[in-house]
Design a protein around this ligand. Sequence first.
Ligand code: AMP
Length: 283
Amino acid sequence: MIQIFTKTNELKKHLTQLKNGGKIIGFAPTMGALHNGHLSLIAQSNNQCDITASSIFVNPTQFDNKEDLVKYPDTTRKDITILDAKGTDILYLPTVEEVYPDGTKPTIDFDFGYLTTIAEGAYRAGHFEGVAQIVSILLDIVTPHKIFMGQKDFQQCALVHQLIRFKQIDTEIVVCPIIREADGLAMSSRNMRLGDQEREKAIILSQALQWVKKNYANANIADLEEQAKTMINETEFCKADYIEIRDRTTLKPIADNSIKDNVVVLGAAYVGTVRLIDNMIIF
Ligand code: AMP
Protein backbone atom coordinates (compact mmCIF):
# COMPACT_ATOMS: atom_id res chain seq x y z
CA MET A 1 0.00 0.00 0.00
CA ILE A 2 1.37 3.40 -1.03
CA GLN A 3 2.21 5.81 1.80
CA ILE A 4 1.61 9.47 1.03
CA PHE A 5 3.64 12.21 2.68
CA THR A 6 2.73 15.87 2.42
CA LYS A 7 5.17 16.95 5.14
CA THR A 8 8.89 16.91 4.43
CA ASN A 9 9.95 16.09 7.99
CA GLU A 10 7.72 13.05 8.18
CA LEU A 11 9.00 11.78 4.84
CA LYS A 12 12.62 12.26 5.93
CA LYS A 13 12.01 10.41 9.20
CA HIS A 14 10.41 7.49 7.39
CA LEU A 15 13.19 7.29 4.80
CA THR A 16 15.89 7.44 7.48
CA GLN A 17 14.30 4.42 9.19
CA LEU A 18 14.22 2.51 5.91
CA LYS A 19 17.85 3.39 5.09
CA ASN A 20 18.97 2.42 8.60
CA GLY A 21 17.29 -0.92 7.93
CA GLY A 22 19.53 -1.36 4.88
CA LYS A 23 16.92 -0.65 2.23
CA ILE A 24 17.98 0.61 -1.21
CA ILE A 25 15.83 3.62 -2.15
CA GLY A 26 14.85 4.46 -5.74
CA PHE A 27 13.24 7.78 -6.56
CA ALA A 28 11.27 8.91 -9.63
CA PRO A 29 10.22 12.57 -9.40
CA THR A 30 7.26 13.69 -11.56
CA MET A 31 4.90 16.57 -12.11
CA GLY A 32 1.90 14.22 -12.22
CA ALA A 33 -0.60 13.64 -15.06
CA LEU A 34 1.03 10.24 -15.21
CA HIS A 35 1.38 8.12 -18.34
CA ASN A 36 3.30 4.98 -19.27
CA GLY A 37 6.55 6.97 -19.56
CA HIS A 38 6.40 7.81 -15.86
CA LEU A 39 5.34 4.26 -15.03
CA SER A 40 8.40 2.87 -16.83
CA LEU A 41 10.54 4.77 -14.30
CA ILE A 42 8.55 3.23 -11.44
CA ALA A 43 8.98 -0.24 -12.98
CA GLN A 44 12.77 0.22 -13.32
CA SER A 45 13.00 1.42 -9.73
CA ASN A 46 10.98 -1.57 -8.53
CA ASN A 47 13.39 -3.84 -10.42
CA GLN A 48 16.55 -2.24 -9.07
CA CYS A 49 15.62 -1.05 -5.56
CA ASP A 50 13.90 -2.26 -2.37
CA ILE A 51 11.77 0.85 -1.98
CA THR A 52 10.33 3.02 -4.75
CA ALA A 53 9.57 6.60 -3.90
CA SER A 54 7.96 9.06 -6.28
CA SER A 55 6.83 12.65 -6.04
CA ILE A 56 4.17 14.71 -7.69
CA PHE A 57 5.03 18.38 -7.62
CA VAL A 58 4.37 20.89 -10.37
CA ASN A 59 7.40 23.05 -9.77
CA PRO A 60 6.53 26.70 -10.43
CA THR A 61 10.15 27.86 -10.74
CA GLN A 62 10.82 25.88 -13.93
CA PHE A 63 7.92 27.38 -15.89
CA ASP A 64 9.11 30.27 -18.02
CA ASN A 65 5.58 30.46 -19.46
CA LYS A 66 3.05 31.07 -16.68
CA GLU A 67 0.15 30.03 -18.89
CA ASP A 68 1.81 26.62 -19.33
CA LEU A 69 1.93 26.37 -15.52
CA VAL A 70 -1.74 27.30 -15.10
CA LYS A 71 -2.77 24.83 -17.80
CA TYR A 72 -0.58 22.00 -16.56
CA PRO A 73 -2.92 18.98 -16.21
CA ASP A 74 -3.80 17.91 -12.67
CA THR A 75 -4.96 14.30 -12.27
CA THR A 76 -3.59 13.66 -8.79
CA ARG A 77 -6.30 11.32 -7.50
CA LYS A 78 -6.02 9.08 -10.54
CA ASP A 79 -2.20 9.30 -10.36
CA ILE A 80 -2.22 8.03 -6.77
CA THR A 81 -4.35 5.02 -7.73
CA ILE A 82 -2.00 4.19 -10.62
CA LEU A 83 1.16 4.61 -8.54
CA ASP A 84 -0.30 2.35 -5.87
CA ALA A 85 -1.29 -0.29 -8.42
CA LYS A 86 2.22 -0.22 -9.92
CA GLY A 87 3.87 -0.91 -6.57
CA THR A 88 5.10 2.55 -5.57
CA ASP A 89 5.88 2.50 -1.84
CA ILE A 90 6.11 6.20 -1.08
CA LEU A 91 4.64 9.34 -2.63
CA TYR A 92 5.82 12.81 -1.68
CA LEU A 93 2.95 15.19 -2.43
CA PRO A 94 3.92 18.56 -0.98
CA THR A 95 2.43 22.03 -1.43
CA VAL A 96 4.49 24.85 -2.94
CA GLU A 97 4.87 26.37 0.56
CA GLU A 98 6.19 23.09 1.94
CA VAL A 99 8.90 22.91 -0.73
CA TYR A 100 9.68 26.63 -0.74
CA PRO A 101 9.07 27.90 2.80
CA ASP A 102 11.17 30.97 2.05
CA GLY A 103 9.54 31.69 -1.29
CA THR A 104 10.27 30.60 -4.84
CA LYS A 105 13.24 32.84 -5.53
CA PRO A 106 16.18 31.25 -7.40
CA THR A 107 18.52 29.62 -4.88
CA ILE A 108 20.84 27.42 -6.91
CA ASP A 109 24.48 28.36 -6.49
CA PHE A 110 25.82 26.12 -9.23
CA ASP A 111 26.73 27.48 -12.64
CA PHE A 112 25.83 24.97 -15.34
CA GLY A 113 27.26 27.27 -18.00
CA TYR A 114 26.94 26.02 -21.57
CA LEU A 115 24.41 23.28 -20.72
CA THR A 116 21.70 25.79 -19.83
CA THR A 117 22.33 28.13 -22.76
CA ILE A 118 21.50 25.80 -25.67
CA ALA A 119 18.40 24.01 -27.04
CA GLU A 120 15.73 24.11 -24.29
CA GLY A 121 17.86 26.58 -22.34
CA ALA A 122 17.90 29.02 -25.25
CA TYR A 123 14.13 28.89 -25.67
CA ARG A 124 13.04 28.72 -22.02
CA ALA A 125 14.78 31.39 -19.97
CA GLY A 126 15.32 30.24 -16.38
CA HIS A 127 13.84 26.78 -17.00
CA PHE A 128 16.91 24.77 -16.13
CA GLU A 129 17.73 26.96 -13.13
CA GLY A 130 14.26 26.00 -11.86
CA VAL A 131 14.80 22.33 -12.66
CA ALA A 132 18.18 22.32 -10.90
CA GLN A 133 16.63 24.07 -7.90
CA ILE A 134 13.80 21.54 -7.46
CA VAL A 135 15.89 18.44 -8.19
CA SER A 136 18.50 19.66 -5.72
CA ILE A 137 15.82 20.18 -3.04
CA LEU A 138 14.26 16.76 -3.74
CA LEU A 139 17.66 15.03 -3.64
CA ASP A 140 18.37 16.67 -0.27
CA ILE A 141 15.02 15.47 1.09
CA VAL A 142 14.92 11.94 -0.33
CA THR A 143 18.69 11.21 -0.61
CA PRO A 144 17.94 8.20 -2.82
CA HIS A 145 20.50 5.60 -3.86
CA LYS A 146 19.19 5.94 -7.42
CA ILE A 147 17.18 8.59 -9.22
CA PHE A 148 15.21 7.43 -12.27
CA MET A 149 14.75 9.95 -15.08
CA GLY A 150 13.50 9.76 -18.65
CA GLN A 151 15.66 10.18 -21.75
CA LYS A 152 12.64 12.09 -23.11
CA ASP A 153 14.10 15.09 -21.26
CA PHE A 154 17.61 14.54 -22.59
CA GLN A 155 19.09 17.88 -21.60
CA GLN A 156 17.49 17.60 -18.16
CA CYS A 157 19.29 14.29 -17.63
CA ALA A 158 22.60 15.93 -18.59
CA LEU A 159 21.88 18.73 -16.12
CA VAL A 160 21.06 16.31 -13.29
CA HIS A 161 24.27 14.36 -14.00
CA GLN A 162 26.15 17.62 -13.55
CA LEU A 163 24.08 18.59 -10.48
CA ILE A 164 24.99 15.29 -8.80
CA ARG A 165 28.68 15.95 -9.55
CA PHE A 166 28.42 19.49 -8.14
CA LYS A 167 26.67 18.26 -4.99
CA GLN A 168 29.22 15.43 -4.58
CA ILE A 169 26.54 12.95 -3.55
CA ASP A 170 26.43 9.21 -4.15
CA THR A 171 23.08 9.10 -5.93
CA GLU A 172 23.23 7.27 -9.24
CA ILE A 173 21.14 8.60 -12.12
CA VAL A 174 19.43 5.91 -14.18
CA VAL A 175 18.27 7.24 -17.57
CA CYS A 176 15.26 5.30 -18.87
CA PRO A 177 14.29 4.98 -22.57
CA ILE A 178 11.57 7.13 -24.16
CA ILE A 179 8.13 5.49 -24.12
CA ARG A 180 6.13 6.33 -27.25
CA GLU A 181 2.57 6.06 -28.46
CA ALA A 182 1.94 3.47 -31.21
CA ASP A 183 2.43 6.11 -33.93
CA GLY A 184 5.76 7.29 -32.49
CA LEU A 185 4.69 10.38 -30.54
CA ALA A 186 6.71 10.53 -27.31
CA MET A 187 4.39 10.25 -24.33
CA SER A 188 4.02 13.52 -22.45
CA SER A 189 1.58 14.97 -19.95
CA ARG A 190 1.18 17.86 -22.39
CA ASN A 191 -0.22 15.54 -25.10
CA MET A 192 -3.55 15.63 -23.23
CA ARG A 193 -3.89 19.27 -24.26
CA LEU A 194 -3.76 18.49 -27.98
CA GLY A 195 -7.03 18.62 -29.93
CA ASP A 196 -7.85 15.58 -32.11
CA GLN A 197 -6.50 17.13 -35.31
CA GLU A 198 -3.41 18.48 -33.54
CA ARG A 199 -2.78 15.08 -31.99
CA GLU A 200 -2.80 13.56 -35.47
CA LYS A 201 -0.24 16.07 -36.76
CA ALA A 202 1.97 15.93 -33.64
CA ILE A 203 3.75 12.79 -34.90
CA ILE A 204 5.71 15.02 -37.29
CA LEU A 205 8.17 15.83 -34.49
CA SER A 206 9.23 12.20 -34.00
CA GLN A 207 9.06 11.63 -37.76
CA ALA A 208 11.40 14.57 -38.40
CA LEU A 209 13.89 13.22 -35.84
CA GLN A 210 13.62 9.75 -37.38
CA TRP A 211 14.26 11.30 -40.79
CA VAL A 212 17.44 12.97 -39.49
CA LYS A 213 18.63 9.66 -38.08
CA LYS A 214 17.96 7.86 -41.36
CA ASN A 215 19.61 10.51 -43.52
CA TYR A 216 22.51 11.38 -41.22
CA ALA A 217 25.13 9.97 -43.57
CA ASN A 218 23.68 11.63 -46.67
CA ALA A 219 23.65 15.35 -45.91
CA ASN A 220 25.59 17.93 -43.94
CA ILE A 221 24.52 18.77 -40.40
CA ALA A 222 23.05 22.21 -41.14
CA ASP A 223 20.96 20.85 -44.03
CA LEU A 224 19.67 17.95 -41.95
CA GLU A 225 18.57 20.35 -39.21
CA GLU A 226 17.06 22.79 -41.69
CA GLN A 227 15.13 20.17 -43.64
CA ALA A 228 13.75 18.57 -40.49
CA LYS A 229 12.49 21.99 -39.36
CA THR A 230 10.91 22.55 -42.77
CA MET A 231 9.11 19.18 -42.52
CA ILE A 232 7.61 20.35 -39.23
CA ASN A 233 6.82 23.88 -40.38
CA GLU A 234 5.03 22.56 -43.46
CA THR A 235 2.71 20.49 -41.27
CA GLU A 236 -0.61 22.03 -40.25
CA PHE A 237 -0.66 23.44 -36.67
CA CYS A 238 3.09 22.82 -36.27
CA LYS A 239 6.05 25.14 -35.80
CA ALA A 240 9.60 24.02 -35.02
CA ASP A 241 11.57 25.76 -32.27
CA TYR A 242 14.78 23.85 -32.97
CA ILE A 243 16.24 20.66 -34.36
CA GLU A 244 19.83 20.24 -33.21
CA ILE A 245 22.32 17.43 -33.73
CA ARG A 246 24.65 17.24 -30.76
CA ASP A 247 27.20 15.24 -28.81
CA ARG A 248 25.34 13.11 -26.27
CA THR A 249 27.72 13.88 -23.43
CA THR A 250 28.75 17.51 -23.87
CA LEU A 251 25.70 18.59 -25.94
CA LYS A 252 28.14 20.52 -28.15
CA PRO A 253 27.28 20.73 -31.86
CA ILE A 254 28.53 17.96 -34.12
CA ALA A 255 31.10 19.32 -36.58
CA ASP A 256 30.23 17.01 -39.48
CA ASN A 257 28.60 13.70 -40.25
CA SER A 258 31.89 11.79 -40.29
CA ILE A 259 31.35 11.63 -36.51
CA LYS A 260 29.62 8.33 -35.90
CA ASP A 261 29.71 8.00 -32.15
CA ASN A 262 27.71 9.45 -29.24
CA VAL A 263 25.35 11.57 -31.38
CA VAL A 264 21.79 12.66 -30.54
CA VAL A 265 19.26 14.83 -32.32
CA LEU A 266 17.16 17.06 -30.07
CA GLY A 267 13.93 18.73 -31.16
CA ALA A 268 11.16 20.99 -29.93
CA ALA A 269 8.04 22.17 -31.71
CA TYR A 270 4.72 23.81 -31.08
CA VAL A 271 1.61 21.92 -32.09
CA GLY A 272 -1.11 24.52 -31.74
CA THR A 273 -0.31 26.17 -28.43
CA VAL A 274 1.27 23.05 -26.93
CA ARG A 275 5.05 22.87 -26.92
CA LEU A 276 6.49 19.36 -27.28
CA ILE A 277 10.06 18.07 -27.04
CA ASP A 278 11.60 14.85 -28.23
CA ASN A 279 14.98 13.40 -29.15
CA MET A 280 16.52 10.41 -30.85
CA ILE A 281 19.90 8.78 -30.36
CA ILE A 282 21.63 8.49 -33.73
CA PHE A 283 24.71 6.60 -32.47
P1 AMP B 1 7.52 15.14 -15.87
O1 AMP B 1 6.33 14.71 -15.07
O2 AMP B 1 7.18 15.56 -17.26
O3 AMP B 1 8.39 16.12 -15.13
O4 AMP B 1 8.40 13.84 -16.05
C1 AMP B 1 8.86 13.11 -14.94
C2 AMP B 1 9.86 12.10 -15.39
O5 AMP B 1 9.28 11.22 -16.36
C3 AMP B 1 11.07 12.76 -16.08
O6 AMP B 1 12.25 12.09 -15.69
C4 AMP B 1 10.76 12.54 -17.53
O7 AMP B 1 11.91 12.51 -18.37
C5 AMP B 1 10.09 11.18 -17.50
N1 AMP B 1 9.29 10.99 -18.71
C6 AMP B 1 8.38 11.85 -19.23
N2 AMP B 1 7.89 11.39 -20.39
C7 AMP B 1 8.53 10.21 -20.63
C8 AMP B 1 8.46 9.24 -21.69
N3 AMP B 1 7.67 9.40 -22.74
N4 AMP B 1 9.25 8.14 -21.59
C9 AMP B 1 10.08 7.98 -20.53
N5 AMP B 1 10.18 8.84 -19.49
C10 AMP B 1 9.43 9.95 -19.55
